[in-house]
Design a protein around this ligand. Structure first.
Ligand code: COA
Length: 155
């Protein structure tokens, strides 16, 4: 099986009025959309296949992101199984007048690679190099097994 390293995807978004609620902060749903899109790019680049979002872990939004802030999203594949992969997406808030980036939230998404018929298709195995890669691999493994348990026990 081919082993591959994952390369970080960085995506930035300027917050416009139509991204916000009545209080001038970004809609949670808009942020999830941006996270999903950035994560999907990581999954697509890593697998070289089309991908769909299979599940999203719980998200905690720590600080608000306001109108005219810059959102920076950083994603990478942290775990791979046969056709699915866990992607970590970190979100930072950047003020246009400042040089600091404030951590806003982290999400874990599971994407499944699909073929031309929409059926799951095999992906390369993630190559873990650093101690950090190995640490996140374990987190991804736990997320994958939690999703499997939900899927096999719910409804
Ligand atoms: C994701 C999808 C392709 C899986 O198809 P399936 O027939 O259930 O496939 P399988 O049971 O063979 O599972 C294939 C892989 O997907 C994983 N998977 C399936 N459903 C999952 C879920 N809800 N969460 C996490 N992983 C999931 C399986 O664990 C398996 O992983 P592995 O091959 O790496 O071990 C299918 O459920 C689908 O198309 N869902 C809709 C996706 C979508 O439209 N997303 C956009 C938002 S609605």
């Amino acid at each position: 099986m081919i082993e591959k390293e994952s390369i970080e995807v960085i995506n930035t978004h300027f917050v416009f009025p139509n991204d916000t609620n009545n209080y001038g902060t970004i809609f949670g749903g808009k942020l999830v959309e941006l996270m999903d899109l950035t994560g999907a790019l990581s999954a697509l680049r890593f697998s070289g296949e089309n991908v769909v979002t299979a599940s999203i872990e719980a998200l905690d939004f720590k600080i608000p992101i306001n109108l005219a802030d810059i959102v920076e999203l950083r994603s990478r594949v942290i775990y791979t199984a046969k056709t699915s992969m866990v992607v970590k997406v970190d979100v930072y808030r950047e003020k246009k007048q400042g040089s600091t980036k404030d951590f806003c939230c982290r999400g874990y998404f599971i994407f499944v690679a699909i073929d031309e018929n929409g059926r799951p298709t095999p992906i390369p195995k993630l190559k873990t190099v650093s101690e950090e890669d190995k640490r996140f691999w374990k987190i991804g493994e736990t997320i994958k097994s939690g999703a499997h348990e939900r899927r096999t026990t719910s409804l």
